[in-house]
Ligand binder design. Structure first.
Ligand SMILES: NC(=O)c1ccc[n+]([C@@H]2O[C@H](COP(=O)([O-])OP(=O)(O)OC[C@H]3O[C@@H](n4cnc5c(N)ncnc54)[C@H](OP(=O)(O)O)[C@@H]3O)[C@@H](O)[C@H]2O)c1
Length: 222
Protein backbone atom coordinates (compact mmCIF):
# COMPACT_ATOMS: atom_id res chain seq x y z
CA UNK A 1 0.00 0.00 0.00
CA UNK A 2 1.19 3.52 -0.82
CA UNK A 3 3.04 5.31 2.03
CA UNK A 4 0.98 8.21 3.31
CA UNK A 5 2.63 8.93 6.65
CA UNK A 6 4.69 11.89 5.43
CA UNK A 7 1.93 13.61 3.48
CA UNK A 8 0.34 16.97 4.19
CA UNK A 9 -3.35 16.91 3.28
CA UNK A 10 -5.06 20.20 2.44
CA UNK A 11 -8.83 20.50 2.84
CA UNK A 12 -10.45 23.24 0.74
CA UNK A 13 -13.64 24.28 2.50
CA UNK A 14 -12.36 22.53 5.63
CA UNK A 15 -14.53 24.73 7.87
CA UNK A 16 -17.66 22.76 6.80
CA UNK A 17 -18.80 19.44 8.31
CA UNK A 18 -17.40 17.15 5.61
CA UNK A 19 -13.93 18.71 5.42
CA UNK A 20 -13.74 19.04 9.18
CA UNK A 21 -14.70 15.40 9.71
CA UNK A 22 -12.11 14.04 7.28
CA UNK A 23 -9.45 16.43 8.60
CA UNK A 24 -10.12 15.18 12.14
CA UNK A 25 -9.75 11.52 11.12
CA UNK A 26 -6.59 12.10 9.06
CA UNK A 27 -4.99 14.12 11.84
CA UNK A 28 -5.82 11.33 14.31
CA UNK A 29 -4.11 8.92 11.89
CA UNK A 30 -0.92 11.04 12.12
CA UNK A 31 -1.13 13.00 8.87
CA UNK A 32 -0.37 16.71 8.76
CA UNK A 33 -3.51 18.65 7.83
CA UNK A 34 -4.08 22.20 6.57
CA UNK A 35 -7.66 23.49 6.79
CA UNK A 36 -8.56 25.85 3.95
CA UNK A 37 -11.23 28.54 3.86
CA UNK A 38 -12.10 31.68 1.94
CA UNK A 39 -11.04 33.48 5.14
CA UNK A 40 -7.78 32.53 6.86
CA UNK A 41 -9.17 33.41 10.30
CA UNK A 42 -12.10 30.97 9.89
CA UNK A 43 -9.63 28.26 8.87
CA UNK A 44 -7.44 28.99 11.89
CA UNK A 45 -10.45 28.86 14.22
CA UNK A 46 -11.50 25.45 12.82
CA UNK A 47 -7.90 24.19 13.01
CA UNK A 48 -7.80 25.21 16.69
CA UNK A 49 -11.09 23.38 17.39
CA UNK A 50 -9.79 20.24 15.68
CA UNK A 51 -6.41 20.35 17.47
CA UNK A 52 -8.33 20.25 20.74
CA UNK A 53 -10.77 17.55 19.58
CA UNK A 54 -8.04 15.31 18.16
CA UNK A 55 -5.47 16.08 20.87
CA UNK A 56 -2.75 16.69 18.27
CA UNK A 57 -0.75 19.72 17.14
CA UNK A 58 -0.32 19.05 13.43
CA UNK A 59 -3.46 20.84 12.14
CA UNK A 60 -3.00 24.31 10.66
CA UNK A 61 -5.37 26.80 9.01
CA UNK A 62 -4.89 29.04 5.96
CA UNK A 63 -6.83 30.61 3.12
CA UNK A 64 -7.66 28.17 0.30
CA UNK A 65 -4.78 29.34 -1.90
CA UNK A 66 -2.18 28.92 0.84
CA UNK A 67 -3.76 25.58 1.78
CA UNK A 68 -3.42 24.37 -1.83
CA UNK A 69 0.21 25.56 -1.93
CA UNK A 70 1.22 23.87 1.33
CA UNK A 71 -0.45 20.49 0.75
CA UNK A 72 0.76 17.43 -1.17
CA UNK A 73 -2.79 16.11 -1.61
CA UNK A 74 -5.87 18.32 -1.63
CA UNK A 75 -9.48 17.43 -0.81
CA UNK A 76 -12.17 19.63 -2.38
CA UNK A 77 -14.98 19.92 0.21
CA UNK A 78 -16.95 22.97 -0.87
CA UNK A 79 -20.58 23.14 -2.06
CA UNK A 80 -21.27 22.44 -5.75
CA UNK A 81 -22.20 26.12 -6.19
CA UNK A 82 -18.66 27.29 -5.49
CA UNK A 83 -16.79 24.33 -7.00
CA UNK A 84 -15.90 25.60 -10.49
CA UNK A 85 -14.87 29.13 -9.52
CA UNK A 86 -12.70 27.97 -6.62
CA UNK A 87 -10.84 25.33 -8.64
CA UNK A 88 -10.29 27.69 -11.54
CA UNK A 89 -8.66 30.17 -9.15
CA UNK A 90 -6.34 27.46 -7.77
CA UNK A 91 -5.20 25.92 -11.08
CA UNK A 92 -1.54 26.86 -10.67
CA UNK A 93 -1.31 26.03 -6.98
CA UNK A 94 -2.81 22.58 -7.63
CA UNK A 95 -0.63 21.72 -10.63
CA UNK A 96 1.11 18.35 -10.21
CA UNK A 97 -0.89 17.50 -7.07
CA UNK A 98 -3.40 14.77 -6.33
CA UNK A 99 -6.84 16.34 -5.98
CA UNK A 100 -9.69 14.43 -4.32
CA UNK A 101 -13.16 15.64 -5.24
CA UNK A 102 -15.98 14.62 -2.86
CA UNK A 103 -18.54 17.12 -4.15
CA UNK A 104 -22.09 15.90 -4.79
CA UNK A 105 -24.06 18.15 -7.16
CA UNK A 106 -27.51 17.75 -5.61
CA UNK A 107 -30.75 19.69 -5.54
CA UNK A 108 -33.54 19.46 -2.98
CA UNK A 109 -37.26 20.00 -3.51
CA UNK A 110 -40.52 18.86 -1.87
CA UNK A 111 -39.76 15.28 -2.91
CA UNK A 112 -36.32 15.37 -1.32
CA UNK A 113 -32.81 15.14 -2.80
CA UNK A 114 -32.08 14.66 -6.51
CA UNK A 115 -28.98 14.68 -8.74
CA UNK A 116 -28.37 17.87 -10.71
CA UNK A 117 -27.28 17.61 -14.35
CA UNK A 118 -23.62 18.56 -14.83
CA UNK A 119 -22.35 19.65 -18.23
CA UNK A 120 -19.02 17.86 -17.86
CA UNK A 121 -20.70 14.68 -16.59
CA UNK A 122 -19.81 15.06 -12.91
CA UNK A 123 -18.20 17.42 -10.42
CA UNK A 124 -15.02 15.33 -10.64
CA UNK A 125 -14.91 15.66 -14.43
CA UNK A 126 -15.44 19.40 -14.10
CA UNK A 127 -12.43 19.42 -11.75
CA UNK A 128 -10.40 17.46 -14.30
CA UNK A 129 -11.33 19.94 -17.04
CA UNK A 130 -10.41 22.94 -14.87
CA UNK A 131 -7.18 21.39 -13.52
CA UNK A 132 -5.45 19.85 -16.54
CA UNK A 133 -2.12 19.61 -14.71
CA UNK A 134 -3.49 17.96 -11.56
CA UNK A 135 -4.14 14.27 -10.85
CA UNK A 136 -7.86 14.36 -10.19
CA UNK A 137 -9.61 11.58 -8.29
CA UNK A 138 -13.11 11.29 -6.80
CA UNK A 139 -13.84 9.76 -3.38
CA UNK A 140 -15.56 10.16 0.02
CA UNK A 141 -18.98 11.03 -1.47
CA UNK A 142 -20.93 8.69 0.79
CA UNK A 143 -19.18 8.94 4.14
CA UNK A 144 -21.21 10.65 6.86
CA UNK A 145 -19.76 13.91 8.16
CA UNK A 146 -21.73 13.38 11.39
CA UNK A 147 -19.90 10.11 12.08
CA UNK A 148 -16.52 11.40 10.94
CA UNK A 149 -16.43 14.30 13.38
CA UNK A 150 -17.91 12.40 16.35
CA UNK A 151 -15.10 11.18 18.65
CA UNK A 152 -17.57 8.67 20.15
CA UNK A 153 -17.70 6.88 16.77
CA UNK A 154 -14.59 4.69 17.03
CA UNK A 155 -15.10 3.09 13.61
CA UNK A 156 -16.82 4.72 10.64
CA UNK A 157 -18.35 1.64 9.01
CA UNK A 158 -18.33 2.20 5.26
CA UNK A 159 -16.50 1.50 2.03
CA UNK A 160 -15.27 4.52 0.07
CA UNK A 161 -15.36 4.26 -3.71
CA UNK A 162 -12.23 5.82 -5.22
CA UNK A 163 -12.37 6.77 -8.91
CA UNK A 164 -9.71 8.04 -11.26
CA UNK A 165 -7.57 7.36 -14.30
CA UNK A 166 -4.19 7.40 -12.52
CA UNK A 167 -3.49 4.12 -10.71
CA UNK A 168 -0.86 5.58 -8.36
CA UNK A 169 -3.21 8.41 -7.39
CA UNK A 170 -6.22 6.13 -6.72
CA UNK A 171 -3.98 3.78 -4.68
CA UNK A 172 -2.86 6.70 -2.54
CA UNK A 173 -6.43 7.91 -2.02
CA UNK A 174 -7.48 4.36 -1.11
CA UNK A 175 -4.72 4.43 1.51
CA UNK A 176 -6.13 7.72 2.85
CA UNK A 177 -9.52 6.00 3.18
CA UNK A 178 -7.97 2.97 4.88
CA UNK A 179 -6.30 5.30 7.40
CA UNK A 180 -9.74 5.98 8.94
CA UNK A 181 -10.79 3.21 11.35
CA UNK A 182 -13.70 1.19 9.91
CA UNK A 183 -13.30 2.60 6.39
CA UNK A 184 -12.07 0.62 3.39
CA UNK A 185 -11.03 2.29 0.14
CA UNK A 186 -12.23 0.41 -2.94
CA UNK A 187 -11.31 1.27 -6.53
CA UNK A 188 -14.59 2.29 -8.18
CA UNK A 189 -13.65 2.84 -11.81
CA UNK A 190 -12.43 5.58 -14.11
CA UNK A 191 -13.29 9.23 -13.54
CA UNK A 192 -15.90 9.13 -16.31
CA UNK A 193 -17.97 6.94 -13.96
CA UNK A 194 -18.05 9.54 -11.17
CA UNK A 195 -21.47 10.94 -12.13
CA UNK A 196 -23.49 8.02 -10.84
CA UNK A 197 -21.38 7.79 -7.67
CA UNK A 198 -22.09 11.46 -6.92
CA UNK A 199 -25.78 10.97 -7.82
CA UNK A 200 -26.11 7.91 -5.56
CA UNK A 201 -25.74 10.30 -2.61
CA UNK A 202 -29.33 11.40 -3.27
CA UNK A 203 -30.44 7.81 -2.60
CA UNK A 204 -28.34 7.66 0.57
CA UNK A 205 -29.84 10.90 1.87
CA UNK A 206 -33.32 9.47 1.18
CA UNK A 207 -32.32 6.33 3.13
CA UNK A 208 -31.03 8.48 5.99
CA UNK A 209 -34.27 10.43 6.14
CA UNK A 210 -36.49 7.33 6.12
CA UNK A 211 -34.45 5.33 8.64
CA UNK A 212 -33.10 8.24 10.71
CA UNK A 213 -29.56 7.00 10.05
CA UNK A 214 -26.18 8.02 8.67
CA UNK A 215 -25.92 5.14 6.23
CA UNK A 216 -22.73 4.05 4.47
CA UNK A 217 -22.07 1.54 1.69
CA UNK A 218 -20.39 -1.87 1.62
CA UNK A 219 -19.16 -3.65 -1.52
CA UNK A 220 -19.32 -7.42 -1.02
CA UNK A 221 -17.13 -10.31 -2.22
CA UNK A 222 -13.86 -8.41 -2.67
N1 LIG B 1 -21.88 16.84 4.71
C1 LIG B 1 -21.72 15.57 4.33
O1 LIG B 1 -22.09 14.61 5.06
C2 LIG B 1 -21.06 15.24 3.01
C3 LIG B 1 -20.77 13.90 2.71
C4 LIG B 1 -20.14 13.62 1.50
C5 LIG B 1 -19.82 14.63 0.60
N2 LIG B 1 -20.15 15.93 0.91
C6 LIG B 1 -19.80 16.97 -0.05
O2 LIG B 1 -18.76 17.72 0.54
C7 LIG B 1 -18.89 19.10 0.19
C8 LIG B 1 -18.87 19.92 1.47
O3 LIG B 1 -19.95 19.54 2.28
P1 LIG B 1 -20.29 20.35 3.61
O4 LIG B 1 -21.54 19.76 4.16
O5 LIG B 1 -19.07 20.40 4.47
O6 LIG B 1 -20.61 21.79 2.93
P2 LIG B 1 -20.72 23.28 3.49
O7 LIG B 1 -20.63 23.29 4.98
O8 LIG B 1 -21.93 23.86 2.87
O9 LIG B 1 -19.45 23.97 2.84
C9 LIG B 1 -18.14 23.70 3.24
C10 LIG B 1 -17.34 24.99 3.26
O10 LIG B 1 -17.21 25.49 1.93
C11 LIG B 1 -17.01 26.90 1.99
N3 LIG B 1 -17.87 27.52 0.98
C12 LIG B 1 -19.21 27.77 1.03
N4 LIG B 1 -19.65 28.33 -0.10
C13 LIG B 1 -18.54 28.47 -0.90
C14 LIG B 1 -18.34 29.01 -2.21
N5 LIG B 1 -19.35 29.51 -2.92
N6 LIG B 1 -17.08 28.99 -2.70
C15 LIG B 1 -16.04 28.48 -1.99
N7 LIG B 1 -16.18 27.98 -0.75
C16 LIG B 1 -17.42 27.96 -0.22
C17 LIG B 1 -17.38 27.36 3.39
O11 LIG B 1 -16.14 27.66 4.05
P3 LIG B 1 -15.60 29.17 4.22
O12 LIG B 1 -16.82 30.04 4.37
O13 LIG B 1 -14.82 29.04 5.47
O14 LIG B 1 -14.81 29.43 2.98
C18 LIG B 1 -17.99 26.11 4.05
O15 LIG B 1 -17.69 26.00 5.43
C19 LIG B 1 -20.21 19.24 -0.58
O16 LIG B 1 -19.95 19.41 -1.94
C20 LIG B 1 -20.94 17.93 -0.33
O17 LIG B 1 -21.68 17.52 -1.46
C21 LIG B 1 -20.75 16.26 2.09
Amino acid sequence: MTEIGELTVGVLGGTGPQGKGLAYRWAKAGLKVVIGSRAAERAEATAGELRELAGVGHIAGADNLECARQADVVLVAVPWDGHGALLESLREALAGKIVIDCVNPLGFDKQGPFALPVEEGSAAQQAEALLPESRVTAAFHHVSAVHLVDPEVAEVQTDVLVLGDDREATDLVRALADAIPGVRGVFGGRLRNAGQVEALTANLIAINRRYKAHAGLRVTDI
